[in-house]
Design a protein around this ligand. Structure first.
Ligand code: PEP
Ligand code: MG
Length: 585
């Protein structure tokens, strides 16, 4: 038996057999084989190419049925490459003559071809280079063994163990028999952790050595609240955790009874509680939990959940579905927040050195206008079916907001000419999640219809701490006085100018922060749907005047320790049960 400490990022207890998900190492190492093993390497190489071909043909057939000719052409290019002797023969030669492993021969020859294409220097060939790298990844994944086959071999509930999980891998985990996961890397507000909460999968990240200490098939307990992974527990401990899991479910059930009650403080101040979603279907969960709309729809998951870029029509379909499910309630749709840990690195010919400070979010969209326009057109067209707001992520310069508005105007004119209806008065707002935007809130408030404070990124950029890096997870703290000072000033500016302001980062769903945020003047909070009842129960126990005096007191502290101690005392007084789930942040 062994207990591995990590960061509990999604509450609940998962008990099951371990399944180790090994990722393909992007940096394939140079290794040679004995002469007698050459035939086996060639055989591996050939089957990986054949399996990739079958996969692509299946994908292409799916796309052709949907009538998407552009996407089908991309797959034709992939198929052409797989049949091209000028690419495939050198791979075979390298294995035969240099005796290198199949992975290395594949990686090297695909890379050389991508370099040659990129050197031509035109946009079209740069795109082809990206396609080559994409195909390289597919073939390397085949060489790494098919995880799905091994997964099918394990019976009963499964706990996934991985070095790191990307957001798109996490989406794929959402299957009936996967009950939780644990990873070596990661932090509380990394996108993988956010998804775990959305999918209600208990998870512990930042365990450092879970992949070394756990074997496939081991019995594992993931305690998402305590932030611990127990490997090969003895019978007594297993029974204790089974009991805890049942009790947790009962507590969750009891909390649901708050869902139907009004979200209003003891002294009568209504507080709007909204949900953050990644998929339209989650809207049902918001309403069941007593939320009144969507404060943040992270649309980039349209890209993460599929192998191909979503078209205007397929995006329109998703937005229409969200509008239908929201039924006229608030629905704030955020434009693509791709980049950093989401999507782009694997699609770039060369990964960025510092992706969180790189071509991310609104920057990535403005640098890829065709992709951005596809989304904005879909959003405009969707607006004819019900009320939406459009929100731009990671805005740092006023120009980014102005440029986007200009694109929207042009697209609006285009739609008018085509006679396609849309709402001409869609509110356009920004996420305030960089210190630059926070400090320039006054200027932004003149041009944005609303603000939503993205504290996950605001903390990372204010404190210079990567939100997904377990090595600095101890420094990542939303209770840091510098962060709180920025939040306070954003709220004050928005209220002064008279535009709406909400908080949609993870602290919005942490009862520990509820009294403080209300005291700073926040009246709208947006969070994972499952967090709504706990926050509502705290709201119902608060008085605004008291919250304001708490905010003043907290404003005088100069360390996050003091802040946290004070917030804990406060929560203990109002709702002691909520305290257990509110640690961290
Ligand atoms: C944030 O940064 O606080 C936020 C809500 O956006 P995301 O977590 O998707 O980056
Ligand atoms: Mg963000």
């Amino acid at each position: 038996m062994e207990a591995i400490k990590g960061i509990g990022v999604s509450a609940g207890i998962a008990i099951g057999r371990a399944f180790r998900l090994s990722e393909v190492d992007r940096r394939v190492l140079f290794r040679t084989v004995e002469p007698g093993e050459i035939a086996r390497e060639i055989q591996r190489m050939e089957s990986s190419l054949e399996e990739s071909k079958q996969q692509i043909m299946r994908l292409r057939n799916k796309i052709t049925l949907r009538g998407d000719a552009d996407a089908a052409r991309i797959f034709d290019f992939h198929l052409g490459l797989l049949a091209d002797p000028t690419l495939i023969e050198p791979i075979r030669d390298d294995i035969q003559r240099e005796r290198v492993i199949a992975e290395y021969a594949v990686a090297e020859n695909f890379r050389k071809l991508a370099d040659q294409l990129r050197e031509i220097g035109t946009e079209i060939f740069a795109q082809k280079a990206t396609d080559v790298i994409d195909l390289q990844r597919r073939v390397l994944t085949q060489l790494g063994g098919r995880a799905t086959d091994r997964l099918a071999d394990i019976k009963g509930p499964i706990v996934v163990i991985a070095h790191e999980l990307t957001p798109s891998q996490t989406v794929e985990l959402h299957r009936a028999h996967i009950v939780g996961f644990a990873t070596d890397g990661g932090g509380l507000t990394g996108h993988t952790s956010i998804l775990a909460r959305a999918l209600e999968l208990p998870a512990v990240v930042g365990c450092t050595k879970v992949t070394t200490d756990v074997e496939d098939g081991d019995m594992v307990i993931v305690d998402g609240e305590g932030g611990v992974v127990i490997v090969r527990p003895d019978d007594a401990l297993l029974a204790r955790y089974q009991l805890l899991a049942r009790e947790g479910q009962q507590r969750q059930h009891a909390l649901r009874s708050v869902a139907g009650q009004p979200s209003i403080t003891r002294d009568g101040m209504p507080i709007t509680l909204l949900g953050n979603i990644e998929f339209p279907e989650e809207i049902e969960g918001i309403l069941e939990n007593g939320g009144t709309g969507v404060g943040l729809y992270r649309t980039e998951f349209l890209y993460l959940a599929s192998d191909i870029a979503p078209t205007e029509e397929s995006q329109l379909e998703s937005y229409r579905r969200a509008i239908e499910l929201a039924g006229g309630r608030a629905l704030t749709i955020r434009t693509l927040d791709l980049g950093a840990d989401k999507y782009t690195q694997g699609h770039l010919a060369e990964a960025e050195r510092n992706p969180f400070l790189g071509l991310r979010s609104i920057r990535f969209c403005l640098a890829n206008p065709e992709m951005f326009k596809t989304q904005l057109r879909a959003l405009l067209r969707a607006s004819a079916h019900g009320p939406i707001k459009i929100m731009l992520p990671l805005v740092t310069h006023v120009m980014e907001l102005r440029q986007t508005k200009m694109i929207l105007n042009d697209l609006g004119e285009e739609l008018e000419e085509e006679g396609i209806p849309f709402d001409r008065n869609i509110p356009i707002g920004i996420m305030v999640e960089t210190p630059a935007a926070a400090l320039m809130a006054r200027a932004f408030a003149n041009e944005a219809r609303f603000f939503s404070i993205g504290t996950n990124d605001l903390v990372q950029y204010t404190l210079a701490v990567d939100r997904g890096n377990e090595r600095v997870a101890g420094l990542y703290n939303a209770a840091n006085p510098a962060v709180l000072m920025l939040i306070k000033s954003i709220v004050r500016t928005a209220r002064h100018v008279g535009i709406d302001v909400s908080v949609c980062g993870e602290i919005a769903g942490q009862p520990l922060f509820t009294p403080l945020l209300l005291g700073m003047g926040v009246r709208t909070l947006s969070m994972s749907p499952g967090q709504i009842p706990a926050v509502k129960r705290v709201v119902r126990g608060l008085e605004i005047e008291h919250c304001e005096s708490l905010a003043r007191r907290v404003g005088s502290f100069d360390s996050d320790r003091q802040v946290l101690a004070c917030l804990r005392d406060e929560l203990r007084r109002i709702d002691p049960e909520a305290l257990a789930g509110s640690e961290g942040g």
